[in-house]
Design a binder for this molecule. Structure first.
Ligand SMILES: [Fe+2]
Length: 256
């Protein structure tokens, strides 16, 4: 779920990190000395979130709101996304923000405020799903479009938000923590996730990693998890990989 990242920021786009309470000099120094890849707590799970968000938005956009089964299934997918978003931001608050504040007080302030905004936005989206499910047949198309547009705005905001976390927050974490300490924080976070949530996470995490990230993560699981659990994870992700991706993974894990 974690990977090594070689440098902290892509500077092509305007950054929100200029208003994050982080010393800009510290970030410049960090970029200058960042010769060794560092442990990245964010990149894997954020790839999963981006994939899940995009997939869900596209499903709402193409939904036939006159098809009762499709309406129910797509609404359920939106609610599952919203549940996952709440769980994710609470994991970040409890483990990552706590770590940031312990060694760089104020560093998580902006993003913590955005997490509060996201919880409000999530409640609003959940209400829109309720409106859609209760709508009369003649109102369903409008209710579906309203949900689609608000979900798109929520996702757009989250894409910006995750970029700040992956650049500004990582810069602070990498300057104040060793990789061993970051691995311990990550281990504690993962240990707090209930099994059902973990299987959902893995379904979105593994397929949307690149082959090297996927192989590294599953090799670690292969070495440490019980064999039946590892087999169940492979079974759950295989349908979401192309045959070529699966062949690379199986070969990398010594299964081919
Ligand atoms: Fe976040």
């Amino acid at each position: 779920m974690v990977r090594r990242a070689r440098q902290p920021a892509d500077r092509r786009w305007p950054e929100k990190d200029v208003i994050v309470n982080i010393n800009p000099q510290e970030m410049k120094q960090l970029a200058a000395v960042q010769a060794q890849p560092r442990l990245d707590l964010y990149v894997g799970i954020h790839k999963a979130l981006r994939a899940l968000m995009a997939d869900t938005l596209l499903a709402v956009g193409r939904m036939d709101s006159d098809d009762g089964l499709e309406l129910a299934q797509t609404s359920q997918r939106v609610l599952a996304l919203l549940d996952f978003c709440v769980a994710h931001l609470r994991h970040e608050n409890a483990f990552v923000h706590t770590a940031l504040e312990a060694r760089a007080p104020g560093a998580s302030e902006l993003i913590a405020h955005e997490h509060e905004e996201h919880e409000r936005h999530i409640a609003g989206l959940s209400a829109l799903v309720g409106d859609l499910l209760k709508a009369l047949p003649a109102q369903r198309a409008d209710a579906a479009l309203a949900l689609y547009r608000q979900l798109a705005l929520f996702i757009a905001d989250n894409f910006q938000h995750m970029h700040v976390e992956e650049t500004a927050h990582n810069a602070v974490l990498w300057s104040r923590y060793t990789d061993a300490e970051l691995a311990a924080i990550h281990g504690a976070l993962v240990a707090s996730i209930p099994p059902e949530e973990m299987m959902f996470v893995l379904r979105w995490l593994v397929p949307f990693m690149n082959p090297a990230e996927r192989r590294a993560m599953l090799a670690d699981m292969q070495a440490h998890a019980p064999a039946p659990l590892f087999a169940a994870v492979l079974d759950s992700v295989r349908p979401h990989l192309t045959p070529r991706e699966w062949d690379k993974l199986a070969s990398g894990l010594g299964l081919a």
